[in-house]
Design a protein. Structure first.
Lengths: 366, 267
């Protein structure tokens, strides 16, 4: 559908997808203009920033396959290879940007049936999957000595990682600025094939890519926001080597260790487009989950509470719609870092006229 | 005459339904799966909770609208409310949002297993009925509690099979049988605790009027298929009840001599 190699491209939305696409397309020699309704360097919660800033940056194909399907798993496995390849293209930095240490799933004694349900569902979705291993109390202790000793059973999922996402978004932003790209922050837009409409008028491009997430709600039928809340804490008393997921009958929460003794606990999932601050109910769920993982978290300092909306279609799966002059990419739901590599490479293949865009069956047919 | 005439005798607060299955809308992996499950279940009433969705601001509109498009009658619930006041306030808000005076009343007594608080339930039912609501209370299988709920004006009862989300089935058959025998002419729907279609069929065979569930379908690997399975089981159980189940017989020791075997050899 993309007829010729476009020379000028406008990207609407500087969230995760917008930044990645802008960066890669600029590198491919295309003149890119990046529009962002808010700030290009949003530092504070409640600044209407993209969901990518609130996310914990998990790349967890197995855990997410359990609550979605085998396609999400396949795209996630692809992400585990693609992230290091992309990160190697950024200027060298002392801060690690990607961790690939697996993840741990645990449940309290009275909730161990949740672990069985998790393993059963994995067996359904991925019948021949060998990427996980049942653990006993001692094995859990060996993997994560700082975790509370009362966990008798767990699962180790080898093929899971996480991106140091805020640092990555910042570095990528710097890199984009350094390339001299035309970045237009604080510029809300309407998108049309080959055309961007700002408050000051129309601008024309060979191709427009709409990466606005929920900003595109007016144009995209059945796109909705799903509220998520996170807690950021800091403590030197406890170290985790990998994300830990706590299974509970009513919620699934994870703790992701980040550099500088920080931890992100997330995330609630509420069918609401409410962006207001974290509720007491959610903060209780998040902090009590954290506390039961290790009482040492009791003295951790809460440094941030964040709320955001995940853009999602009604099947909670991403879509890439390609038409002449306009590509619409949206609906990554809770899978931004998990699915961005597959989605971005698919879009790039369409634009750069590669013969078979990857994951075309999953992303382009609807 | 037809032996399979579709029934039209399931009446709740003056409204008649042909399906005796009520389905919850929470916990599905996606709204799409939820709606496919509604379709496969053939249900005509769906429940939905709004406690955590900031209903005062209508922030759940996108999903509520999507549920509404299923064409089912909406039965808003007060899941997550722990006090009478919370439940009453939420019921009033949901009446305004969904333009219905039907409410599935839940007053949570225990945070972990979500067991109903019987005292708060009676109090909230009475208040809501006075305000013109048609209350469908989620209650335990206690006969006296059910009588109190009828005393304050409930016209439907929804006793549990087991605590919410446990999938344990009918935990107290004796109580449930007592309830059915003692309260004959009030529609009773088994709400919560069922995990398998066979359990739903059993409840229907016992003469209960309908089944309400959520987790067993939403947490199945294939929710729409499980919804259909429950729909079939509920139909089967209802038919069996109407057809009249035979009495169980004791056949371990024969009452008459077995043919071909001399009776003095039979001890």
């Amino acid at each position: 559908m993309i007829n010729q190699h476009p020379q000028t491209i406008a990207i609407a939305g500087a969230g995760l997808l917008g930044r990645l696409l802008a960066w890669q397309l600029q590198k491919a020699g295309i003149q890119v203009t990046l529009f962002e309704a808010g700030s290009f360097t949003p530092d504070t919660p409640q600044s209407n920033r993209a969901a990518a800033f609130t996310a914990a940056g998990m790349v967890a194909p197995l855990s997410e396959a359990v609550v979605s399907d085998a396609d999400v798993y396949r795209m996630g496995i692809y992400a585990l290879q693609q992230w290091p390849a992309w990160l190697a293209q950024l200027p060298a930095t002392d801060t690690p940007l990607f961790f690939n240490n697996g993840s741990l799933v645990v449940a309290h004694q009275q909730d161990t049936s949740e672990l069985d349900q998790f393993a059963r569902e994995l067996g359904f979705v991925l019948p021949n999957c060998t990427g996980y291993q049942q653990l006993n109390q001692q094995e859990i202790h060996q993997l994560e000595p700082d975790l509370h000793s009362h966990f008798h059973r767990g699962l180790f999922l080898a093929d899971e990682g996480h991106v140091n996402n805020r640092e990555f978004l910042r570095l990528l932003g710097d890199e984009i600025i350094a390339t001299g790209m035309n970045v237009r922050a604080h510029t809300p837009v309407d998108v049309f094939p080959g055309k961007i409409l700002t408050e000051s008028g129309a601008e024309h491009f060979d191709l427009v890519i709409d990466c606005r997430g929920l900003g595109a709600k007016k144009q995209l039928r059945n796109l909705r926001g799903v509220r998520g809340e996170t807690l950021h804490v800091e403590t030197k008393e406890i170290q985790l080597q990998r994300p830990v997921r706590l299974m509970h009958p009513r919620y699934q929460l994870y703790v992701v260790p980040k550099p500088n003794h920080r931890f992100i606990i997330g995330a609630t999932q509420i069918e609401s487009e409410d962006r207001s601050p974290v509720t007491i109910q959610s903060s209780l769920e998040l902090s009590s989950a954290l506390y039961t993982l290790s009482p040492a978290f009791a003295e951790a300092r809460i440094i941030e509470m964040d709320t955001n909306l995940r853009p999602a279609f009604m099947d909670n799966l991403p879509k890439v719609a390609v038409q002449d002059g306009l590509i619409t990419v949206n609906g990554l739901f809770r899978h931004g870092y998990l699915l961005a590599p597959a989605v971005v490479e698919n879009v790039l293949a369409h634009i750069l006229n590669k013969p078979e865009p990857i994951f075309s069956a999953q992303l382009n047919s609807h | 005459m037809s032996y399979h005439k579709p029934e039209k005798d399931f009446t709740l607060y003056g409204e008649t339904f042909s399906s005796r299955f009520l389905l919850g809308t929470a916990l599905y992996a996606s709204p799409q799966l939820m709606r496919d499950s509604i379709i496969q279940s053939r249900c005509e009433i769906v429940t939905l909770g709004l406690r955590r969705q900031n209903p005062a601001n209508r922030d759940g509109d996108a999903i509520w609208q999507y549920i509404q498009e299923s064409g089912c009658r909406l039965l808003p619930n007060t899941a997550g409310c722990k006090s009478v006041k919370e439940a009453v306030t939420l019921a009033e808000m949901s009446r305004e949002i969904f333009n219905t005076d039907w409410i599935k009343l839940e007053v949570v007594g225990d945070d972990y297993n979500l067991q109903p608080d019987p005292f708060g339930l009676v109090e909230a039912s009475e208040m809501l009925i006075k305000k013109g609501f048609k209350v469908l209370p989620y209650c335990t299988d206690d006969l006296i509690l059910c009588k109190r709920l009828l005393d304050v004006g409930c016209e439907v009862l929804m006793p549990w099979g087991a605590p919410i989300g446990t999938g344990q089935g009918l935990l107290n058959r004796y109580s449930l049988r007592t309830l059915r025998e003692r309260i004959k002419d009030v529609p009773m729907i088994i709400d919560a605790g069922l995990g398998a279609p066979s359990q739903a069929a059993e409840a229907m065979e016992m003469g209960f009027d309908g089944i309400l569930l959520n987790t067993a379908v939403a947490k199945a690997h294939n929710p729409p298929m499980m919804a259909e399975a429950f729909g079939d089981a509920i139909d089967a159980g209802r038919k069996a009840y109407k057809a009249g189940l035979m009495q169980k017989r004791q056949t371990a020791s024969p009452s008459t001599p077995t043919i071909g075997q001399p009776f003095w050899h039979q001890q």
